[in-house]
Ligand binder design. Structure first.
Ligand code: F6P
Length: 369
């Protein structure tokens, strides 16, 4: 029995893309259409509503059965995404180039009403979920779906996109082993993950890295050098180091590539630094590989597809039940609902005593501490 009186919903995808976004869209759209609801995708986060004049075909995309056919396995998002134009802190540049920030959320809520949108399914990371929380508090009916390759969201066992990123990084480590061994080199592989080391830890353990450097454990390069020497003493002339982009040395800070208006700081470059220092301090030939955005592309793994499809369908069921201001979360074997205010603006780091970390230590993997 429908409690919701919903006739039309909108879907938005925000922040960095992650494999599985299209699967969420497909599941949400089909679940909604099967209830007799109409569906629209807002282009590029909320930009389709905030700056509709930018779009020749309009800022809203009608999502029909045909439009979502054959997209479950596709990376990216058919409605577009952005990590700019945050409606809670929208950047305005004056004629002298000075930047100030305004709150456009009231205008956004009005725009939903003008388009006769009864509810929103918003798919994103901590930033998008924080925006969703504000919109819910302003009276919009909202259900959030957690997404990020970084797996750094609280209150869900895992986010979709993470498994695909880990699988790809693991394959890269496998491939690097033979060339590292053949040349007797140190190979440093930098992976994304922001301020959490989930991708580095999971791919590092699965892909037999010798050293894993993560934001949760500031490193001392002398410990990494000791590991390289220890391997040499055992007859292994090569070492594989995986470093999370947010890793930092003891007493030091993260390496930042750029900071631009209305966006979080862009991490990156720590791999290059670690490789240069290791080469200088050990005299061993060292190479660096930065996986970067390759981790966000490609077809989602079957696990990510399933989680994404389950999240999309669950979001529509939640709306039908009259829920709002909640995030769908994975709580195996089920999904459940978590209040948005409990996840907004919070991040989840790798617990240092978790089983995967203990396994890594048991395998003799060095964390630079
Ligand atoms: O949050 C996902 C993520 O890929 C992070 O791992 C990374 O730091 C960031 O997005 C990169 O963002 P951008 O797309 O702006 O380069």
């Amino acid at each position: 029995m429908a409690l919701s009186n919903i006739k039309r919903i909108a879907i938005s995808t925000g922040g960095g893309d992650a494999p599985g976004l299209n699967a969420v869209i497909r599941a949400a759209v089909l679940a909604a259409l099967n209830r007799g609801w109409e569906c629209y995708g807002i282009r590029d986060g909320y930009t389709g509503l905030l700056l509709p004049e930018q779009y020749v075909e309009g800022g809203m995309m009608r999502l029909t059965r045909d439009r979502v056919r054959g997209i479950t396995h596709l990376g990216g998002t058919i409605i577009g995404t952005t990590n700019r134009n945050n409606p809670t802190q929208y950047p305005i540049t004056d004629k002298d180039g000075n930047i100030s920030y305004i709150d456009r959320t009231d205008e956004l809520v009005r725009s939903f009403m003008l388009h006769h949108i009864d509810a929103l399914v918003t798919v994103g990371g901590d930033g998008s979920l924080a925006i969703a929380n504000v919109l819910a508090q302003k009276g919009l009916r909202v259900v959030g779906v957690p997404k990020t390759i970084d797996n750094d969201l609280d209150r869900t066992v895992v986010t979709f996109g993470f498994d695909t990123a880990v699988a790809f990084a693991t394959e890269c480590l496998d491939r690097l082993h033979s060339t590292a061994a053949s040349h007797g080199r140190v190979m440093v592989v930098e992976v994304m993950g922001r301020y959490a080391g989930w991708i580095a830890v999971n791919a590092g353990v699965a892909g037999s890295a010798d050293v894993i450097l993560i934001p949760e454990i500031p490193y001392n390069l002398q410990n990494v050098i000791a590991k390289i020497k220890e391997r040499e003493e055992h007859g292994y002339n090569f070492t594989i180091v995986i470093v999370a982009e947010g890793a930092k040395p003891q007493g030091g800070d993260v390496t930042v590539k750029a900071k631009s208006v209305g966006q979080a700081e862009r991490l990156g470059g720590v791999g290059e630094k670690v490789a240069a220092d290791l080469q200088e301090l050990t005299g061993k030939e060292t190479r660096v590989v930065v996986l970067g955005h390759l981790l966000r592309g490609g077809s989602p793994t079957s696990q990510d597809r399933l989680i994404a499809l389950r999240f999309g369908a669950a979001a529509v069921r939640a709306l039908e039940e009259g829920q709002s201001g909640i995030m769908i979360a994975l709580d195996p074997p089920n999904v459940n609902y978590v209040p948005l205010e409990e996840v907004a603006g919070r991040m989840r780091a790798v617990p240092l005593d978790c089983d995967t970390m203990m396994t890594a230590r048991d395998l003799g993997i060095c964390f630079g501490d």
